[in-house]
Design a protein around this ligand. Structure first.
Ligand SMILES: [Zn+2]
Length: 310
């Protein structure tokens, strides 16, 4: 059966699938990146995993994969197929597309940025299905974004488009790793809420999910921490929707798991701030941690349809 390899490389683990033309997941697998052994070992883990997936297809699906899509974190030059930099994996300027192509018998390979690739899947087959223009914002350790425009994700001139986590929402706010102060991700990421709630509750092990639970039980200190995060998030999102005018705003990541505890006040805070802007639908992400892998599959199939029509 005709299929592609989809591979999503995270900091510690990799998720992979063999995906049919109709999007069916024909085989799924997970493996560790082995980052404790250094960047060269991580690259080798990726190449070996891809080769093993190819062999699985030959053995169980009657043919080898016709293309591959790979999503990686950090800075990605998708056009040239280079994994430029990833702080959590330690690599620099890895010619990933070329290396994978060699290992996979010369099939076409697409390389994508993890969040933009996940956003592609959320926009096309997940929470934004049918949305012409959307913004996908996962709230995790940090905050990133994927700008969806008519079925593709805008990567910008240098591969940095969508970095909504580094929009300054509190000019006198906490220092950010990027060198600015008061960036959105220092105030509204899952990590930021964890830090704020650990300090406010006096429990160093308390995290953002605990904060959400305390909000639900009416704890005033938790309500205050939560309100600050939601207010910062609304400020950042309104800046983004003022620029982009999306029809759908898809919010994912760990913090979105709080469900309506997040979405009800967030919708209200965004609505309160907009004046002339049209309100987008604000919805939770639908694909969870499989978004990156499903997006990598879409990248691979897109590559084939482009080649056929070119
Ligand atoms: Zn920043």
């Amino acid at each position: 059966m005709k299929h592609v390899i989809a591979l999503d490389v995270g900091g510690t683990g990799m998720k992979a699938a063999l995906v049919g033309a109709d999007g069916a997941l024909l085989h799924e697998a997970r493996r560790a990146t082995g980052r404790e052994r250094g960047p060269d070992a991580v690259v080798e883990s990726i190449l070996t995993f891809a080769a093993d997936l190819r062999a699985y297809g030959e053995e169980h699906l009657g043919e080898s994969a016709v293309a591959a899509g790979v999503a990686v974190p950090g800075i990605v030059d998708a056009e040239n197929g280079i994994a430029v930099y990833a702080s959590n994996l330690g690599w620099r300027d890895v010619p990933m597309r070329e290396l994978l192509g060699e290992r996979l018998g010369g099939v076409p390979v697409a390389l994508g940025h993890d969040v933009r690739t996940g956003g592609l899947a959320e926009g096309r087959i997940g929470a934004g299905k049918g949305a012409d223009r959307f913004l996908f914002v996962p709230l995790g350790t940090g905050i990133a974004g994927a700008i969806g425009i008519t079925g593709t994700i805008e990567s910008g001139a240098h591969g940095y488009a969508g970095e909504i986590g580094h929009i300054v929402v509190r000019p006198d706010g906490p220092d950010c790793g990027c060198g600015q102060r008061g960036c959105l991700e220092t105030l509204a990421s899952a990590s930021a809420v964890t830090r704020a709630w650990a300090a406010a509750s006096g429990d160093p092990t308390a995290d953002a999910a605990d904060c959400a639970k305390a909000v639900e039980s009416g704890d005033p200190a938790a309500v205050e921490v939560w309100r600050n995060a939601v207010d910062a998030l609304a400020a950042g999102l309104v800046t983004a929707l003022t620029l982009l005018d999306p029809s759908t705003l898809i919010i994912g990541g760990g913090l979105a798991e709080a469900g309506e505890t997040l979405f009800t006040p967030l919708r209200a805070a965004v609505e309160e701030r907009v004046t002339f802007q049209k309100l987008p639908h604000i919805v939770p992400a639908a694909l969870g941690d499989t978004a990156g892998c499903l997006g990598a599959g879409l990248l691979a199939w897109d590559l084939l349809s482009t080649e056929v029509s070119a």
